[in-house]
Design a protein. Structure first.
Length: 149
């Protein structure tokens, strides 16, 4: 069932622009799949979907494979939605525009940085646990280069 749902999600986002998880959930339900918002959120992470900027200036879900981007390119595009970044001891905190934290976080996860122990994304905030205070400071400085000013 999960693989069928994943396949349908990829079909949906390739056939039409999908801006939100709620919109994706509604399209899945129209296709006969039952899911919750939490399930959709996990599916987005499992499928490594990212939001990319469309020609109309709106962000849409796309698969990293369909976007044909490497993680650094995707990260660079997504960091246009980052508002601020700071670190506190071994935790890096990234603030994004509403709804963009998950996409930025998924892109960060795909870089497989060894200093990152784990990440958590909310609607507009990302927490990154690093191995040491020093690695958090280095990560923060290296990621700040992607922030569009």
């Amino acid at each position: 069932m999960k693989s069928g749902r994943h396949k349908r999600i990829l079909e949906i986002i390739s056939e039409q622009p999908i801006d939100t998880q709620d919109e994706l959930l509604n399209r899945l339900m129209e296709s006969g799949y039952k899911a919750t918002q939490a399930t959709i959120s996990r599916d987005i992470k499992d499928l490594r979907l990212v939001k990319t900027l469309g020609a109309d200036g709106k962000y849409r879900y796309t698969s990293a494979a369909a976007a044909n981007t490497d993680p650094r390119s995707s990260l660079s595009q997504l960091f246009s939605s980052v508002v601020s970044m700071d670190c506190a001891q071994n935790i890096v905190v990234i603030k994004t525009y509403s709804g963009m934290a998950s996409a930025v976080c998924a892109s960060l996860d795909s870089t497989e940085n060894r200093e990152i122990v784990g990440t958590i994304a909310g609607d507009d905030t990302i927490f990154i646990a690093c191995r040491t205070n020093e690695s958090a400071a280095v990560l923060t400085e290296s990621l700040k280069q992607y922030i569009v000013k």
